[in-house]
Design a protein around this ligand. Sequence first.
Ligand code: RFL
Ligand code: PHB
Length: 387
Amino acid sequence: MRTQVCIIGGGPSGLMLGHLLRRAGVDCVILERRSRDYVLGRIRAGVLEAGTVDMLRSAGIGARMDAEGFPHGGTWVAARNHGFRVDFEALTGRQVMVYGQTEVTADLYAAHDAAGTVIVHQAEGVTIHDAGGTPHVTYATKGETHRIDCDWIAGCDGFHGVSRATIPADVLRTVERVYPFGWLGILSRTRPAAAELIYANHETGFALASMRNEGLSRYYIQAPVDDPLDKWTDDAFWDELRRRLPADVAETIETGPSIEKSIAPLRSFVAEPMRWNRLFLVGDAAHIVPPTGAKGLNLAMSDVAYLSDALIRHYGGEDDGLETYSDRALARVWKATRFSWWFTTLMHRFPEDGAFERRMKEAEIDYLEHSEAARTVMAENYVGLPL
Ligand code: RFL
Ligand code: PHB
């Protein structure tokens, strides 16, 4: 098989890149290691930045998001049993959208189905060859090996994929911070705790009240990453969540059985450069942020915006976008990495935090509440920096 762009990974980055390329007449093939049901079953991100919302609309796949998603004009920050609102709309003129990654992925699949894009699922042993010369990718399905020759390879295969590992160690620079805790998350068919998200800093740890729709809640609490899941019965989870949220919210919260429960590790990670010869890294393949602030999926989408534009212009005869892709993407990645690190540090209890660190965090949260300048900094990062 021959194509112009071979996309490795059919998560949100790969599906969105494929969608934008196909619409512009650039030929591509998507190789995904998992089944479609598996990809659609993963519960992940819940909040889309204003720019991601614009991008989905202008790509022609915003209709269901606009009908079923929930625009949020602000979020709540709580500490020491007191909450205050950060008003995104008043501070930046922009909103975010509560619309799950699962739904974005489903909308992208629907668009690809309608257009007849080649998406190979359960592609095993995907291997990148000769990224500096005549690039090609091999993989196997049902025991048979296949080869795709291409002009470019887009590594959209997430943190554990093969693309980043293909780049020689003396070329790739990485930085990493692993946080000394994880997020224990549950999904439950209950009414959300409040109309908007609540990020809570409590002496026993962080908690987040989020949602997917009027009847589906998503909650997270900071927990040791190696805690066995069976230690966290639903009752134990709800008790700890109620302890950490402001009392007025905790008293009225609706509880019920969890329909999904998992612990995710938290890390900040950036690999650079995001291009090596004819291979580009996109999304989680190049960078990971802790989920505090909801940047991961949105960063994946901004990488896709830069790379799709660069590839489309390349086939129109202009190569400057390809030359600058890595620098443009990384400039935005580093700022989102900073914001996610700041918000994670501010809102969580670290094992090494002493009285001084606790008082510094309390003072900063108090400052955030009472300084419009501080809230503006938070709001413009949360709704998303411009592309
Ligand atoms: P993905 O989603 O990991 O997709 C990569 C795809 O590549 C496939 N793959 C391979 N395919 C072929 N060959 C191989 N060798 C392959 N290896 C892997 C995988 O099966 C997969 O389908 O990366 P992508 O597309 O870059 O998208 C990134 C986002 O998924 C990620 O940043 C977000 O989910 C992060 N995240 C959040 N981001 C937000 O913006 N807002 C949020 O509210 C938010 N909450 C979250 C999150 C991530 C979480 N977890 C567990 C990772 C909450 C959680 C709990
Ligand atoms: C979610 O709803 O899954 C979610 C929301 C906000 C975050 C992280 C995750 O910061």
